[in-house]
Design a protein around this ligand. Structure first.
Ligand SMILES: Cc1cc2nc3c(=O)[nH]c(=O)nc-3n(C[C@H](O)[C@H](O)[C@H](O)COP(=O)(O)OP(=O)(O)OC[C@H]3O[C@@H](n4cnc5c(N)ncnc54)[C@H](O)[C@@H]3O)c2cc1C
Length: 417
């Protein structure tokens, strides 16, 4: 079922009776070549690229709840390629290029909107750091433009520029940054994978990983045992728990990240904006809600909800930066479980068990990585070789200390400042 303007017109004229479910709903088979655990953005994109790039379609994605019900449908949808360190920089650059062709590739409207991202700075030191980051981005082949105060004023006139504590000095503009409709990304990949023969099995929780003689042989699930030659763990905030089924202890802590949305308003915020003096960032959804968030709640947890101190902190930062926001009513808030690595960078690697692979540690930035991660993980699973842009995402860097990528410069504190 292809989508096109003509198709929409035809369906509109014929009572919309021709639309079909976007993916098949098969019963699990007893055996697959590859089982992907986790039907989030990364699991679904991995399955899609396994089928599309490597012709591997005897694949099942096992999801314990419903597709897209995890962080892929709970995030604040920011897509960007403004990383600083070698290793991350080339990976996110590759991922953004995939985003730029995604709607055509999937024949699905994921509402990718390159509206521009502006990171504000509020001191000379911060300006220097952003200038360095901008140079790294340009050297990587991506775009970056350093704005002075007047430059920011042109784009974001509603900010409190003369705030006594945190005056705005300028900002780093990344024009190709922006947003996308999060759950459409999950649905688009699901549809593309299913069309290519991948079985998407919902309400199927993996409860055990079968290993014999150092080699993976399959998984135990709430819908029975499934044999597999290869198994891929892609479960974001549940990575520690699922890896433990294979006897692994990961360098991952699970933390809560909250987000908030206001009632729908007329267009007022045309970019993605982030505050440099507190953890606060904001954009406006196509429905009109102001979507914003802040830092992690400061304790590890598997609860998909946060606590009030962080809500207060985020609101304070919002009011400091753009007092006009005080007039908007918050409609709802929610939380997701973040898989935090000690250096803030992800893992895409083989494990010590033959045939068992892992993709995790996306911290609070893994939505923008969905295309790149799936592409690189599929490459690793299919060929046994690391894909060049993701070649530094090795698991053993936490054991050896070699190759750590402390992107935020926060040290081994699971990104807690
Ligand atoms: C509030 C918030 C804001 C965010 N904002 C951004 C942002 O603006 N930009 C950005 O780039 N990133 C953002 N992120 C991060 C991003 O959402 C995540 O890094 C990314 O979605 C994680 O990968 P995923 O989509 O595969 O995870 P998920 O969607 O969580 O997928 C994992 C899946 O595994 C399933 N699973 C778990 N255990 C099992 C099991 N035993 N058996 C079977 N299935 C299992 C889960 O049910 C889940 O569906 C944000 C996250 C949150 C919570």
């Amino acid at each position: 079922m292809r989508f096109s303007a003509l198709r929409i017109l035809q369906e509109g004229l014929s009572g919309n009776k021709g639309w079909r479910p976007h993916w098949r709903d098969p019963a699990p088979k007893s055996e697959y070549d590859i089982v992907v655990i986790g039907g989030g953005g990364h699991g679904l994109s991995t399955a899609y690229y396994l089928a599309k790039e490597h012709g591997l379609s005897n694949v099942a994605v096992l999801e314990k709840r419903y597709l897209g019900g995890g962080n892929v449908g709970r995030n604040t949808t920011i897509v960007r390629a403004n990383y600083f360190l070698p290793g991350n920089s080339e990976f996110y650059s590759h991922s953004l290029k995939l985003w730029e062709g995604l709607e055509k590739d999937l024949n699905y409207n994921v509402m990718h909107s390159q509206r521009g991202l502006i990171n504000l700075f509020h001191s000379d030191g911060q300006r220097d750091a952003f200038a360095r980051r901008g140079n790294a981005m340009v050297n990587q082949g991506d775009d970056a433009e350093l704005l002075d105060r007047a430059g920011v004023q042109r784009y974001l006139p509603y900010l409190d520029f003369d705030n006594v504590r945190f005056p705005v000095y300028g900002g780093l503009l990344h024009k190709r940054g922006g947003t996308a409709r999060h759950d459409a990304v999950a649905w688009g990949y699901a549809r593309g994978a299913s069309d290519r023969g991948v079985d998407l099995i919902q309400n199927c929780e993996v409860t055990g990983i079968d290993i014999a003689n150092g080699k993976v042989t399959g998984v135990q699930t709430t819908r029975g045992a499934i044999r597999a030659k290869k198994v891929a763990i892609v479960v974001a905030g549940r990575s520690g728990q699922v890896a433990a089924m294979a006897g692994m202890r990961l360098p991952i802590e699970s933390h809560i990240l909250q987000a908030f949305v206001t009632e729908g308003l007329k267009p007022v915020i045309n970019h993605v904006v982030s505050f440099g003096m507190g953890h606060f960032y904001i954009s406006q959804s196509d429905k009109g809600g102001l979507v914003f968030g802040g830092d992690l709640d400061f304790y590890p947890s598997y609860a998909q909800r946060g606590n009030l101190p962080m809500a207060e902190h985020v609101m304070e930062a919002a009011m400091t930066l753009m007092p006009m926001i005080g007039k908007a009513k918050v409609l709802r808030s929610w939380g997701g479980i973040m898989d935090m690595t000690p250096d803030g960078s992800p893992i895409i690697d083989k494990t010590d068990t033959e045939g068992l692979f892992i993709d995790c540690g996306w911290c609070y930035g893994g939505f923008k990585a969905v295309p790149g991660s799936g592409f690189s993980f599929a490459h690793l699973i299919a060929t046994g070789q690391h894909h060049a842009p993701a070649a530094r995402f090795r698991l053993d860097r936490f054991r050896t200390g070699v190759g750590l990528m402390d992107e935020e410069g926060t040290g081994a504190q699971h990104n807690l400042h």
